[in-house]
Design a protein around this ligand. Sequence first.
Ligand SMILES: C[S@@+](CC[C@H](N)C(=O)[O-])C[C@H]1O[C@@H](n2cnc3c(N)ncnc32)[C@H](O)[C@@H]1O
Length: 212
Amino acid sequence: MRLRNITDARKKLELHPELVVLEPAQYKGRWSDCFGNDNPIFLEVGAGKGQFICGISEQLPDTNFLALEKYDSILFRAMQKLIANPRQNVLLLRGEAENLLEYFGANEIGRIYLNFSDPWPKKCNANRRLTYFRFLDKYRHILVPNGEIQFKTDNRAFFEFTLQHMNEYGMRFDCINLDLHAEEPECNVRTEYEISRSTSGATIYRLVCGFQ
Ligand SMILES: C[S@@+](CC[C@H](N)C(=O)[O-])C[C@H]1O[C@@H](n2cnc3c(N)ncnc32)[C@H](O)[C@@H]1O
């Protein structure tokens, strides 16, 4: 994702504590309190500029959404979208996927979205991919039993790596799409990256899976 630096992005995020949580660890185990209801909580990791979270939160109004992003300037773009399209069921989180266990308690999350995560193509960087074993360990801990992960990518090698890794981990596969846009389900919400890659002719792969 192209990162255009926003001057004073952090200060701008600080002006909207009702939309942006800059220290997510303070709400570990208490996210339902932030929303004031017991609706399921779905998490997007690597949310980018917020197109997906705006769309999916409108589609599923009785679900709470947390959108995690590590860069202030990108999160600022997502915040602008939420200011223009207010949602009661969305919070933006400034944080790192590495630290998921500091942010969420066991069984706190109903679904995890990994939309066009960085593929880290070099083999020496494989352990940074968000579907590497140590990330799967974290997802397993924070997901409710029978919770699911929805993963989309346009990178064939990353998709194959993910399938292989999850299979070795003993995960269940609920749905595999080798060309999501060929028979696109009505409920698919296209992300910013998905629109851009699909327009360039890329094939979009999707996987819905969970832990046994
Ligand atoms: C390729 S972009 C995709 C953005 C968006 N999901 C989409 O599909 O349009 C990947 C995003 O994940 C964020 N990201 C990458 N690694 C991350 C990590 N370890 N923790 C949190 N965010 C991360 C990046 O900053 C970037 O915004």
